[in-house]
Design a protein around this ligand. Sequence first.
Ligand code: DUC
Ligand code: ZN
Length: 457
Amino acid sequence: MKYLLKNGTVVSGAESKKADILIIDEKIADIGPDLSDKEAEIIDVSGKLLFPGFIDGHTHFDLEVAGTVTADDFETGTKAALLGGTTLVIDYASQDKGGHTLREGLEKWHKKADGKCSCDYSFHMSVVEWNEETEKEIQDMIDHGITSFKLYMTYPAMMVNDRDMYKILKKLAECGCFAGVHCENAGVIDALIDEAKKEGRMGPENHPLVRPDSLEAEAVHRLLVIAGEAGAPVMVVHLTNRKAYEEILRAREKGQTVYAETCPQYLLLDDSVYSKPDFQGAVYVCAPPIRRKEDQECLWEALKKEEIQTVATDQCSFTLEQKALGKEDFTKIPGGLPGVETRGTLLYTYGVCPGKITQEQMCKFLSENPAKLYGVYPRKGALLPGSDADIVVLDPSKESVISAKTHAYNTDNNPFEGFSLCCGIDKVFLRGNLAVDEGELKKEKLGVYIARGKNQM
Ligand code: DUC
Ligand code: ZN
């Protein structure tokens, strides 16, 4: 199949320019002014912005959390992702504790995802236990195209101690890989939960109080000291606040390689959401929690200065019924929010339109940088001859309002309910297939597993 996209504005991390794009089968065949091809179906995209397909480096589909399973699995979740312009998700596969292997975790995640995805997919691997066997398996993972890993400093079922964190980071660095790390101080959070329970404070408004910014910053600091000793590059995932951000800057000043990721919920929501009446605060329970307005401003500034490399979602959705598992005890509320469907349109509306970031920077945060960090550039993350024809056609004049009544997630709530959007995703090409047209899903389950190479940042 051939398509010729005429008269669009092609956005890269470096510039925006008027150009035509010729797609032949799965690839971009040519890009430039005044292209012609008699056999191609011509699509006029004048007035539209053309981005490389967005990459979401942080999703949790079909994940068990707090005695339940996320409302969105790979089938519903990747449909929502594609409608939002995301053509590649990198989900967190995980080893289980108790003598289980990385290979078992990988097989489990392939079972969850294979044949179900409407956008391309890949996996990071969460390492939750470290021994000689696990160490040997790192190379197997790399051979399977898994070049990024995840470590947790919180959650008993997942967390690793400092000794193992040092060993894992060192091994990953030797292999040219890195880990994204969930940074929160587990012990003090537990103590604060004990205090809240003793005082009978059981509602969702207590969630941010038991997971304060300082306990994220402490964990970031500790991680970066350990990574410094191990000589390892690392990524701080879902960065939420100024104190933690300043730890990253300090480590970078010492010469360490530290990448940072944030998410739309930390850029656009503030902690007043936890005090909404009628248990509505539960919708926003996620870890780390949503912070103060001042922290949002800090994160936007950091994006402007490109001190944060990527905006992912931490997609992890639950219905209101599932959130109600914590009706009597906020610590039992399954943590997580959906986000894959609106990451691009929110970043454009609340970042590019008011001039907080440029559209070229948006391209870096959503496409180019994750493609480089996760080793798929320029196959993904670029609109260049030879790249996969993963193309987002963004209409900067289409307005809408986010609502759980119309969204694609398998949930009855949306943390961005009522947010106006000044743009829409008009079309999405997935490896040359016109999979979304006029905002509607036209082709499903075309996603393939993407084996990745090593970090190119
Ligand atoms: N935080 C959440 O809120 N949910 C899933 C995983 C995570 O880190
Ligand atoms: Zn996560």
